[in-house]
Design a protein around this ligand. Structure first.
Ligand code: GLN
Length: 550
């Protein structure tokens, strides 16, 4: 199915990884959207995992779940946040996914007795998938980010697929290279040579970039632009200066300074009639930068072992969700990372009193679990606003069972399968899945509806009776314990429509200013232009505490 007139903009990375290809792609997507086009952003991850679900966030950053339930890379989160749009499973592919389809087809005699080879069969499977992505959701332009760096062995087949697409649709396919221009300390001058080499490397695939987004610490001068133009065979005005900026949300407007929107539309032979409207976006950027009073939020988590940058990647959506709500209500969340292990002995627990709010994010396994439970207890008893996400909600209920109901040994069966009081348990369908050893893509994943109980904190925040949230978990609050928990004062303010699954737990406002946990991952649907109401409610409560005299 070739889509006539659909435009494809491939974004590739040159020189090295980590130069912000994902943000560059998101920004290009937003710029085109602001010109009145329907845009979908597509991520290609060259690894062999069939999805990102089996990967450890410490190494790969957070797993971002789409509404369909597909577990993907954190870049998909940035795409959705910039576009303010849900993306589909068609918009994500890994080498594992591509190969799995080809191999399954071969097993089903789908190639009619032919040799099955990477070229053409795997390459054509990639093209077919890209065309499917183009065909859904009314999109007119696909911005496709090919993961990795030009010259990697792993992404070569995807670049080859892109080359063939350009050959087939010469007017509809364009290439953008996101490159890096270092300024070595000893020389103090911005060097273009690594980018020249990256372009030559890309040329060896038969691909010539139409645009270069030149990442660097500082803006690029004209001289460097001219040099790159001559050596890389790219029009000088198609070389866009992309210096570091204070906030990732500044990037689209920064690209616009170099007229990127008009240039891209010209290159794609698309009309420029609709002027760009950045008013809502720039208003958000101004608010996120101006901040307001600081609100100290302690995040008690576990993915802390490999240095600072890991933290922000493992909990990326949580951080962004807090920022969006901060911008909405005019406060500046100051996030501090607290290692759950440090609270295990109970010794440092008083430190938590310094915070205006405590958040326990999603997680898996045993590490730091008793520390998290102690932190939750402290937040409950000292009336510090508390927000629990997924695991943070399950543990909040375990804490309540142990310390308010006095159920000794209350636990989640994830940690103690023989717990005398299995407060958090596994539903039967999940037991069967695991008995078959099927770990990948088998949790409760994606969007589910929930019913919200009027008169509760949750209802006050959402302002409606029914909401949709994204999920990623295997365990649930055990329905057998719900009556006892409820009579001890815990309120289940959100449930599945059939009333079986407990989706939100909270304490009444008369007892605690904000003590609420959700089984879902609201951070996954928080957007710059649509902050999440539960994050906003939590921050409001935290800001109130911040104002009170210590
Ligand atoms: N480990 C828990 C479960 O599987 C919580 C998962 C999460 O926090 N995403 O149910």
């Amino acid at each position: 199915m070739a889509l006539d007139g659909h435009k494809y903009l491939f974004v590739l990375g040159g020189v090295m990884s980590g130069v912000g290809k994902g943000i560059a792609s998101s920004s290009v997507g937003l710029i085109l959207k602001q010109r009145g086009y329907e845009v979908n952003l597509v991520k290609i991850d060259p690894y062999l995992n069939v999805d990102a679900g089996t990967m450890n966030p410490t190494e790969h950053g957070e797993v971002f779940v789409l509404s369909s339930g597909l577990e993907t890379d954190q870049d998909m989160g940035n795409y959705e946040r910039f576009l303010n749009r849900d993306l589909g499973p068609e918009d994500y592919m890994t080498s594992g996914m591509v190969y799995q389809s080809v191999i399954n087809r071969e097993r089903a005699l789908g190639y009619h007795g032919k040799f099955v080879e990477t070229i053409p069969h795997v390459r054509d499977e990639i093209i077919e998938r890209l065309e499917q992505a183009a065909g859904h959701n009314g999109s007119q332009i696909s911005v496709i980010e090919i993961g990795g760096t030009v010259g990697d062995f792993q992404n070569g087949l995807f670049i080859e697929a892109a080359r063939v697409m350009r050959l087939k649709h010469p007017n509809d396919v364009r290439f953008v290279l996101v490159s890096y221009l270092p300024v070595p300390n000893t020389i103090g001058e911005m060097k273009t040579k690594p980018t020249q080499s990256a372009v030559r490397e890309l040329n060896s695939y038969g691909v010539q970039p139409d645009f270069i987004l030149a990442r660097s610490n500082d803006p690029m001068d004209e001289k460097r632009k001219e040099k790159l133009a001559i050596w890389c065979n790219v029009r000088p005005d198609h070389i866009i200066s992309a210096p570091d900026v204070a906030s990732i949300y500044d990037v689209p407007m920064n690209f616009e300074k170099d007229n990127l929107g008009n240039l891209l539309l010209d290159a794609l032979s698309l009309s420029k009639d609709t002027p760009a409207d950045f008013s809502a976006w720039s208003d958000f950027v101004t608010r996120i930068k101006s901040g307001g009073p600081e609100v100290r939020i302690g995040i008690v988590g576990k993915y802390f072992d490999t240095g600072d940058f890991v933290l922000s990647d493992a909990y990326l959506s949580v951080i962004e969700a807090l920022k969006f709500s901060g911008a909405e209500i005019g406060v500046k969340p100051k996030i501090e990372w607290l290692n759950a292990k440090d609270f295990e002995s109970g010794e440092n627990i008083e430190k938590l009193g310094e915070y205006d709010g405590i958040l326990v994010p999603g997680g898996f396994g045993e590490t730091g679990i008793e520390g998290k439970l102690k932190a939750i207890r402290y937040a409950r008893e000292k009336k510090i606003p508390y927000f629990g996400l997924c695991y943070g909600m399950q543990l909040m209920v375990v804490e309540y069972a142990r310390n308010v109901l006095g159920l000794e040994g209350a636990h989640t069966v994830e940690i103690n399968p023989d717990a005398p009081h299995p407060i958090v348990a596994m539903m039967d369908a999940q037991k069967e899945v695991l008995a078959r050893g099927e770990y990948g893509g088998t949790m409760r994943l994606g969007v589910y509806k929930e019913q919200v109980l009027p008169g509760t904190l949750a209802h006050k925040a959402y302002g409606k009776d029914e909401v949709e949230e994204r999920h990623r978990h295997r365990y649930e609050i055990n329905p057998a314990y719900v009556p006892r928990l409820t009579s001890a004062g815990l309120v289940f303010s959100g449930t599945s429509p059939d009333g079986v699954l407990m989706e939100i737990a909270e304490l009444p406002e008369s007892v605690h200013p904000f003590f609420l946990g959700t089984q879902a991952h609201p951070e996954l649907i928080a957007r710059p232009l649509a902050p999440h109401p539960l994050f906003s409610a939590f921050l409001r409560a935290a800001a109130e505490k911040g104002k009170a005299p210590a």
